[in-house]
Ligand binder design. Structure first.
Ligand SMILES: Cc1cc2nc3c(=O)[nH]c(=O)nc-3n(C[C@H](O)[C@H](O)[C@H](O)COP(=O)(O)OP(=O)(O)OC[C@H]3O[C@@H](n4cnc5c(N)ncnc54)[C@H](O)[C@@H]3O)c2cc1C
Length: 469
């Protein structure tokens, strides 16, 4: 009998538990599995509230369909019929100099990849457009192994305006981070690959776009880039927990306080109240919560884990009667560049993207706060956050009325920041952890922050734990 303790009941821990049970079943290995979650609910930052006909996501609201691990898990869980894409023809906007402007068409990898829309957009000055176009004759290759920031890389290829007005706000919306500090190699390696192949970002993107036009069928994906589940991402958590029930010991409200390696490759897992023993421990907590667990036996590993910075995030969802919202809402929402100096990072028009998420005649908007370096809003009282949301929606979308309902979700600290040197830091973490037989690390701190990335890591950890015999 192999005993495994999984620490953390977010998507990392739950999917690791699911893959372990599947693997043990297929290999005919007896398995005793504990899943230990400190809080009183499963899912970590995934939280869906269903209330008054609204489906409100407190954390993530969709996954990228072209990263296979997420959809594959949904299919395994029998959720295929519940997968839904975003409503068609939904453009994104940017709030710039007091107005909402549509993003230039033809964005690929967050970068404008068609010259016509790039030249027509009101978002860039003529100087900015010519600077971007100059990349067609520029050649630059980042030396192998050199880590550059997203800001430095995009500015070098396409100029400051493209970075500040187009790329930075999209990036901040995903990483809640400061693109001047984030490592391109670990957040956006596809851009480095384009540079390596073509020596110029714009030449590479234009070439990709032409290829796509020439072979449209070869590139027509089954799903839209962002997909979700009809009743919210919480459905994935519910389905996972239902699969684990009866096959694993599932414990809520059980905080692990430290780990102790024993002889013969066993581990003692200390809880707030008591302890248990296991041959393997899968630490699926955020890195800052993993650090104290390993501190006693490997202070260097604890130090490396604690070095990964995190940003706080606040999401305020508000519901209005359609008559109160003057905007056409024909789009998916908007982002706000840092240069605008506003606290609002982005606003997703949830009921336009996923129309069934609000009752007929109602509008559901999801506002993001917590810009890197200014994320103290996460500790503001709820009424101040609501007042800030109303003010930002009035000034950006002209909504003057009161919301009919509001939901405030605070995540602190929530999103790991893959700052310069992240790749080396993670390599050092895994190298140190590999010295401790039976210790496995899973989670968004290491090799990708998206849900599919975390699921893929959980799968890799399980392959390592139960290698194919
Ligand atoms: C606001 C927000 C929006 C996001 N939007 C998207 C999106 O749209 N699409 C997308 O793909 N990704 C998105 N992400 C990222 C993605 O949701 C996360 O990276 C992923 O869900 C993290 O899963 P996890 O299991 O690694 O960590 P978590 O969800 O943080 O789970 C870790 C769990 O460990 C528990 N824990 C901590 N310490 C202990 C302890 N000592 N003992 C026991 N348990 C412990 C915690 O209580 C928690 O439940 C978003 C993230 C945030 C915060």
């Amino acid at each position: 009998m192999t005993t495994v303790a999984i620490i953390g009941g977010g998507i990392g821990g739950l999917s690791a538990a699911y893959f372990l049970l599947e693997k043990a079943r297929s290999q005919g290995r007896p398995l005793h599995l504990h899943v230990l979650e400190a809080s009183n609910r499963w899912g970590g930052v995934i939280r869906t509230v269903r209330e008054g006909g609204f489906i409100v996501e407190g954390g993530p609201d969709s996954i990228l369909s072209f990263k296979p691990a997420g959809l594959a898990l949904w299919q395994d869980l029998g959720l295929e019929d519940e997968i839904m894409g975003t409503a068609p023809g939904r453009r994104a906007f940017i709030f710039f100099r007091g107005r909402l402007h549509p993003f230039p068409e033809g964005l690929t990898l967050m970068i404008p990849a068609r010259l016509g829309p790039l030249f027509r957009t009101f978002l860039l000055s003529w100087r900015g457009k010519l600077r971007a176009a100059w990349n067609l004759v520029q050649t630059h290759r980042t030396p192998d192994g050199q880590d550059v920031s997203v800001a430095e890389f995009v500015t070098r290829h396409l100029g400051r305006e493209v970075f500040e007005r187009l790329v930075e706000p999209l990036f901040a919306g995903i990483y809640a981070g400061d693109a001047r500090q984030l490592s391109l190699r670990t957040t956006y390696p596809q851009l480095l690959e384009l540079e390596r192949q073509y020596g110029s970002l714009l030449r590479g993107l234009l070439h990709r776009t032409r290829q796509r036009k020439r072979h449209p069928n070869g590139f027509r994906p089954r799903y839209t880039p962002f997909v979700t589940l009809r009743t919210g991402l919480g459905r994935m958590v519910e389905a996972l927990v239902a699969r684990l029930q009866g096959l694993a010991d599932l414990h809520l409200g059980m905080k692990v306080t430290r780990l102790e390696p024993l002889d013969q490759g066993r581990w003692r897992v200390y809880l707030d109240d008591g302890a248990l023993e296991a041959q393997h421990v899968v630490v699926a907590t955020p890195a800052h919560a993993a650090a104290p667990l390993v501190e006693d036996f490997d202070p260097d590993l604890a130090h490396l884990l604690a070095e990964i910075p995190y940003a706080a995030s606040v999401i305020v969802s508000v519901a209005y009667d359609r008559s109160q919202v003057p905007h056409s809402l024909e789009g998916s929402g908007f982002v706000v560049p840092r240069v605008e100096g506003r606290p609002l990072l982005a606003c997703s028009w949830t009921s336009s993207k996923f129309p069934h998420r609000a009752p007929a005649g109602k509008v559901l908007l999801r506002c993001f706060f917590g810009r890197a370096g200014a994320d103290e809003v996460a500790s503001w009282p709820e009424e101040d956050l609501l007042a800030l949301t109303r003010q930002e929606l009035r000034e950006t979308m002209g909504i003057t009325g009161e919301p009919e309902r509001a939901w405030v979700f605070r995540w602190r600290p929530a999103l790991p920041q893959y700052t310069l040197g992240h790749g080396e830091r993670v390599a050092a973490i895994f190298q140190r952890a590999s010295q401790w037989p039976g210790l496995h690390l899973v989670g968004n701190a290491y090799q990708g922050v998206g849900i599919p990335d975390v699921i893929a890591q959980a799968k890799r950890a399980v392959e390592e734990l139960f290698p194919a015999s």
